[in-house]
Design a protein around this ligand. Sequence first.
Ligand SMILES: [Zn+2]
Length: 272
Amino acid sequence: MYIDPHIHMVSRTTDDYQRMALAGCVAITEPAFWAGYDRSSAQGFVDYFRLLTDTEPRRAAQFGIRHHTWLCINPKESEDLGLAREVLAEIPKFLDRPNVLGIGEIGLNKNSRNELIVLEEHIALAKSRGLLILVHTPHLEDKLKGTRLIMDAIMAQGIDPGRVLIDHVEEHTVRLVLDRGFWAGMTLYPDTKCTPQRAADIFEMHGTDRLWINSAADWGVSDPLAVPKCREEMRRRGHLEAVIQRVSFDNPKKFLSQSGRFEVSCSCPTPR
Ligand SMILES: [Zn+2]
């Protein structure tokens, strides 16, 4: 049994849901993200939020998987402050939907001034509603600087770091994130970011406290079975079953349960 706490099912097929269920997936969380193209209006986001809070949970339930979500306008589309604020004004209308866990995946992409302004406004929204936060960190050379900027922006508003997960950590950022009291997520991609092997190395070096794994599978080259593959890699290396369960089930459950809305069991009948 495992949880994939970061996956973009809007980009995946029912075959993926079926394969995930067969591999033991019981719950997922789907952060709002860049859809692979820039949306032309706030209405495009409203439709996306409807999909995340209504359509996708029903699709997942057919396979016995509990679906949860996070809402935001992603950093890549935050450069246009006018559009970002229109979208921010729509988000509260969806926050009471039963599968919404918090605000995410917010963060920085190019570490620009406007991205930072929109990030701060999302943090303020999360704070005012007492919501959990899921953070996207920039890739490649911007990652270390971006991770620091994001953590500073969160701490500046007095948010408890134990209610924030910083995702896409790698070897050079994981320690920094954990040492400041945040949770950290490793994204398992077939080639870039963390492979299952690199993630297993990081667990061996940094322990398993406040650390989880996810596939972040989306419309690009990615793998919706990355979490069970990492579990296999850890098994192959002789890790105890309890440790494997901790990183792929207990840890995400512990963090996500702080929302008061996270559920593992799916009450809907499954066709399996
Ligand atoms: Zn993502």
